[in-house]
Structures are given as C-alpha cells and as structure tokens.
Design a protein around this ligand. Structure first.
Ligand SMILES: C[S@@+](CC[C@H](N)C(=O)[O-])C[C@H]1O[C@@H](n2cnc3c(N)ncnc32)[C@H](O)[C@@H]1O
Length: 281
C-alpha cells in the first residue's frame, strides 16, 4: 500500500523526468480525479493509504499524461470564467488568456441588463459565448463553428450550464450561414502560422484539432475573412472583439480599420501579451 503523499511524489518525479511542465499540479489533478475528490481533500489526507483500485486508476491517468495528453482532455473538462466546460478531441481546451476577451467585451458594455445579441465565430466549447451570457442576463447568443462535433459539445455545455434557452449553435464557415445583425461579434479564430504548428508543444500539436489552430501562412487568414464580413452583420454601435496571437494585434487592428471599424483598445493578457483587439462601428 502507498500513501497519497508518496504516490503524488512518485508521479510528480515521473512527469518531471518526462519534461512535463507543472508536473506537481498535474499529478494532484489526476490523483484527485482517480479518487473522485478535490484538491483540498487531497491536501488534508496526504497520509491516507490508497486502495489498489485507485492506485491502478491513477497509474492509468499518469500514463496518458506521460503520452503528453493534456490534463483537460484526460479529465474531459476545463474551467473557464469559473464555469466547467466539457472538452473533447473535437474542441480546443479553453485557455486562461482568453478571459481577456471576456473582460474586453464587458468593458465596452455600459448596461449589462440590455437585451443584447452576441455572435461567437469559431465557438469551440462555447466557452466565450457562455461566459458572456453568464454576465449578461438578458442577452442571447449564437455560436458558430465549422465542425459539427464541436458544435455538439458547445450545445451540451450550454444546456448543462443552464444557458441552452439563450443560445443557438449553427454550423457555418465563418459568415456563410449567418443571418441578422449582432450587438457583439467576437472570435478567437485559429491564428497559428501553419509552419509553426509542428513546433508546438505535443499537448497542442498532437491532441488539439488542427482546424482550431491553423491560421494559414502568416496566421491571419481567418482575420481577413472575418474583418471583410463584419460590415454585413454588426448592429449600429456594435462591438467587435477578436483574440489574437502574440504580435498579431497591430495587423488585426489594421484589417478592421480598413474594413471601416476604428480601433477602441488593444488589451493585454496576464503575461502582458497583446491578446485582444476591440473595434467599434
Ligand atoms: C482557436 S479555436 C477557439 C475555440 C473557442 N472559441 C475558445 O476560445 O476556446 C477556433 C475555432 O474555430 C473553428 N473554426 C475553424 N475554421 C472555421 C471556419 N471556417 N468557420 C467557423 N469556425 C471555424 C474551429 O473548429 C475552432 O473551434
């Protein structure tokens, strides 16, 4: 029999040896999952002995992590804006950096009670749209994705989190199947330059969908299509907020300006990287 503390130390050492950043936290999350407990429980029970069945379940989870599966995919969920989102092989796992986009949009909305319409292009898990709806009680949202399996995950998240009645999800390549005008148009499109994808961490390059990553030769393909279409879908006085990759903010701001939408703000993430471009009519 092994104690929780000993098991954690052994797993952390194996993950560290394999070059995995944040090995200790990952080991804790995986053991908590094997036990069906949370992190605080683990902390308070470091000397408890593990059953053989939990030890075996934990070992299986650690093997997956050693094969570089991201923890969010192993657990099948990831927290974003204090909400728990289901994550699958068909979705990009929500990133903490993307919360910058939520803050940026909210900063542009003086009245959070207004009956706003939101459009999220490339919705993935639906994390951006659903998080905004959680702050805007009278808003309704449309999430768009090219991948029907991704849309099923987003719909499931909206239903489970209690936003199903205020959301609809549409399969469309960017603007192709969209109708109507929206007060807020947001997107976190694929923005990695194609040539950089093989050099990404294996957690991303091997386990996240290429459609969610590949932004074409310079990473800006989706922004060109998005900027070119905004005019037909943004309501009077509407807000546009796009997440961008490191170094892309000036180019994306210019694309939107050329489409007739002056820059309002470029917002940085917690690491100080320009992460979000906000423009308005
Ligand atoms: C970077 S992920 C963002 C996912 C989610 N919004 C988030 O922030 O975590 C980009 C998303 O765009 C979708 N996508 C890629 N090409 C698309 C297209 N032509 N039309 C609509 N969605 C597309 C991908 O399937 C993926 O879900």
């Amino acid at each position: 029999m092994t104690s929780i503390g000993e098991s954690l130390r052994a797993a952390t050492a194996r993950l560290t040896e394999a070059g995995i950043d944040g090995a200790r936290l990952d080991a804790r999350l995986l053991l908590a999952e094997a036990l069906g407990k949370d992190g605080t429980w683990l902390f308070n029970h470091a000397n408890d002995e593990l059953d053989a069945s939990v030890e075996a379940a934990f070992a299986a989870l650690v093997e997956k992590r050693l094969a570089r599966q991201p923890v969010s995919l192993i657990l099948g969920r990831r927290e974003f804006w204090s909400l728990d989102f289901t994550v699958t092989r068909d979705t990009l796992a929500p990133r903490p950096d993307s919360e910058t986009l939520i803050e940026a949009v909210l900063a542009e909305l003086p009245d959070r009670q207004a009956p706003l319409s939101l459009l999220d292009l490339g919705t993935g898990t639906g994390c951006l749209l659903i998080s905004l709806l959680s702050e805007l009680p009278n808003a309704r949202g449309t999430g768009v994705d090219i991948n029907p399996d991704t849309l099923a995950v987003a719909q499931g998240n909206a239903d489970r989190l209690g936003f199903g009645a205020r959301t609809r999800f549409i399969r469309s390549s960017w603007w192709d199947a969209i109708e109507g005008r929206f007060d807020v148009i947001l997107s976190n499109p694929p923005y990695i330059p194609s040539g950089d994808i093989p050099g990404l961490d294996p957690e991303v390059a091997r386990f996240e969908p290429l459609d969610a990553l590949d932004g074409g030769a310079d990473g800006l393909d989706a922004y060109r299509l998005l900027a070119a279409g905004v005019e037909g879908f943004l309501a009077e006085n509407g807000v546009i907020a796009f997440e961008v990759g490191a170094g892309q903010a000036p180019d994306v701001a210019v694309l939107l300006e050329q489409a007739g939408f002056p820059l309002r703000a470029i917002r940085r993430d917690l690491a100080g990287i320009e992460r979000c471009v906000v423009s308005r009519r």
